[in-house]
Design a protein around this ligand. Structure first.
Ligand SMILES: [Fe+2]
Ligand SMILES: [Fe+2]
Length: 225
């Protein structure tokens, strides 16, 4: 069996095509950026969460692979993109010769990352959920037409654009995972963040619990959760 690494996938043309096509589909639908920036951001943080909480290096690497591939299902359809992506990733990784145990662990994580129908059923899936839901940032707003006019009508764009900083702080000793988000309230009030991110906050809370950790949310240096 081949030991497939995160770097192997990052350099794989097929993977990059999946990622770019998935993002093109979401761009056409008016969604925020879900391209290489998003998936590599998520991959890195998924690995960091597991490392901070004491998981071994191979789980960390598989989790980074799951992070890189987690949104490729969007290339087929936004609906059920997590499950579709898990199947595509399973085929791809199997074809590359990855061990079936590893393939299935990655599939499970990808298939459960979406807040509407995902469940943190393994450490890897829980870490992927925590990393994915933290990516709220103004760089995700696509620059199309008059940005300020778009912000007036689209709450997702407005909240993302208002997020000037978004970090995940990890306390290994106390096992605390904290989202540290700064929101420019002249662009979007904090209540709008909760209006669209409440389901994400809830699933992040459940994911932290699955890792035997505690979830905190700080907005503008004030502890919300
Ligand atoms: Fe997703
Ligand atoms: Fe995502």
């Amino acid at each position: 069996m081949n030991r497939i690494t995160y770097q192997d996938l990052l350099e794989n043309k097929e993977v990059l095509t999946y990622i770019n096509k998935a993002d093109a589909q979401l761009e056409a639908m008016g969604y925020t950026e879900h391209g290489l920036r998003h998936v590599t951001w998520v991959a890195k943080r998924t690995g960091q969460i597991l490392e901070a909480l004491g998981y071994d290096t191979r789980i960390k690497e598989l989790a980074e692979i799951a992070g890189l591939l987690h949104d490729i299902g969007n290339l087929v359809n936004r609906e059920h993109h997590a499950q579709i992506g898990a199947i595509i990733a399973g085929n791809l990784l199997g074809k590359m010769g990855m061990d079936v145990e590893d393939v299935t662990d990655v599939m499970m994580a990808i298939g459960n990352h979406h807040e509407e129908d995902g469940f943190p059923s393994s450490a890897m899936s829980a870490a992927l959920i925590l990393a994915d839901k933290a990516d709220v940032h103004r760089t995700r707003v696509r620059k199309m037409g008059n940005v300020w006019e778009n912000l007036k009508v689209d709450i997702h764009d407005r909240v993302n654009f208002a997020a000037t900083s978004s970090r995940i702080l990890l306390n290994s000793q106390k096992r605390i995972v904290t989202y540290e988000i700064e929101i420019d309230t002249s662009i979007a009030p904090v209540i709008e963040f909760f209006q669209i991110f409440m389901s994400r906050v809830m699933v992040a809370h459940r994911a932290a619990k699955a890792l035997d950790a505690v979830f905190h949310l700080n907005i503008n240096h004030t502890r919300m959760i």
